[in-house]
Design a binder for this molecule. Structure first.
Ligand code: NAD
Ligand code: ZN
Length: 354
């Protein structure tokens, strides 16, 4: 698989990735290499990653606790201290080996430590591969508000080894799959149809689909790195999805709903809004809804849940001048950005989600 060119760096696949990484490290004099990872990626992925690394430079491993609840400033402080204690300087490099929590937080730590040191992403979850690691956004949560603090900065390279996915739990695979479906819905109808036509979603032979997803996301973000226009399309499903995710994070059901599952619900609801605004047809809405509900089931929402979700929308990062912004669909394969929807329509969308 050919490398994909991003904004000032490349995304490499399989063995090409390790070759490119070893060449890169040989051609740059780094004082130390820091591998940032979490407990699970350290167990399942770091040994394999280290076995592929050929470098004379000293390597240190910094491990954080796994999970979204640790994507916060306290964890950053711990990592900044660990870097300092282990002798990191401006010529050190951080390699983030893990899921989206590690790549988001690791990119932010690297971009701010000593005003910025180099970093590389090695995503180990499907979601981090097709989404979190690509595009230069990184950052942390503020309380239960997602990604409120962050920066846009790009890695030196991204290395894909889909072999890491063999240890990933099925529910995490389904979470990443939601972003792949989104890529089809907003940008490539034939890609969406590939999922419709799969007999069963078999993750074993997924490499080409992953590659296409990365191409779609990268193509969008390279055109608009700072999200002034077309990049907003990637927020399809995410205005309501993020509010749903935040709501479940702050309720007793902590960690019961993964990001992609929340986004899957968000995509159904926002497709409904797209249909009501006559941007997609009823049959397109029906196709999206039946595909997504078939894969993810129906998550029950009480009136109290819906009320809380609507209230949370006001914190969405995409809001401008206090107005909630949506990226909707304009037919399958096209997005319509900078849209608004009143609360009545949102509540109707929840009512139709069954
Ligand atoms: P995650 O990093 O929490 O990983 C999910 C779980 O899988 C964790 O428990 C992790 O320890 C474990 N894990 C990682 N690799 C594994 C492997 N190979 N085998 C077994 N277990 C493994 O979550 P995620 O779904 O990867 O990413 C979600 C995060 O990504 C969220 O914080 C979200 O905000 C962020 N995100 C960022 C962007 C962006 O543009 N920056 C885009 C989408 C999502
Ligand atoms: Zn997402």
């Amino acid at each position: 698989m050919q490398p994909i060119h991003a904004n000032g760096y490349d995304i490499f696949f399989a063995n090409d990735g390790y070759e490119a990484l070893n060449q890169f490290l040989a051609g740059n004099t780094y004082s130390k290499i820091f591998i940032l990872t979490d407990t699970n990626a350290n167990e399942f992925c770091v040994p394999l990653f280290l076995s592929q690394l050929a470098t004379e430079t000293a390597i240190e491993i910094i491990e954080i606790e796994p999970g979204e609840i640790h994507k916060n400033i306290e964890t950053c402080t711990g990592v900044w201290h660990a870097l300092t204690d282990l002798g990191a300087d401006r010529k050190s490099i951080i390699i983030n080996v893990g899921g989206g929590v590690v790549t988001d937080l690791g990119g932010f730590v690297a971009a701010t430590f000593k005003r910025g040191i180099d970093f590389i992403h090695v995503p180990t979850t499907l979601l981090a591969m097709v989404d979190a690691a690509v595009g230069g956004k990184n950052g942390i949560d503020l309380g239960n508000l997602k990604n409120q603090v962050g920066i846009i900065s790009t890695p030196k390279m991204i290395i894909f080894d889909t072999g890491f996915l063999s240890s990933l739990p099925q529910m995490e695979m389904r979470s990443g799959l939601a972003e792949m479906l989104k890529h089809g819905l907003i940008a490539d109808k034939s890609y969406w149809q590939k999922f419709l036509n799969l007999e069963a979603i078999d993750f074993a032979d997924f490499d080409e689909l992953i590659y296409t997803s990365v191409e779609i996301k990268n193509n969008i973000v390279t055109q608009d790195p700072t999200e002034k226009g077309i990049r907003k399309a990637l927020n399809f499903g995410h205005t309501l999805g993020h509010a749903i995710e935040s709501h479940f994070l702050e309720s007793d059901d902590k960690n019961t709903l993964l990001h992609g599952e929340a986004i899957a619900v968000g995509m159904v609801l926002e497709s409904y809004i797209s249909w009501q605004k006559k941007y997609i047809s009823e049959s397109e809405y029906a196709e999206i809804k039946s595909m997504i509900l078939g894969l993810y089931g129906i998550i029950p929402f009480s009136e109290t849940d819906i009320d809380a979700v609507v209230k949370l929308l006001i914190h969405d990062k995409k809001n401008e001048f206090g107005k909630v912004q949506f990226a909707l669909l304009a037919g399958i394969g096209n997005a319509k950005i900078d849209q608004e929807a009143d609360n009545e329509l949102i509540i109707k969308a929840f009512a139709d989600y069954k």
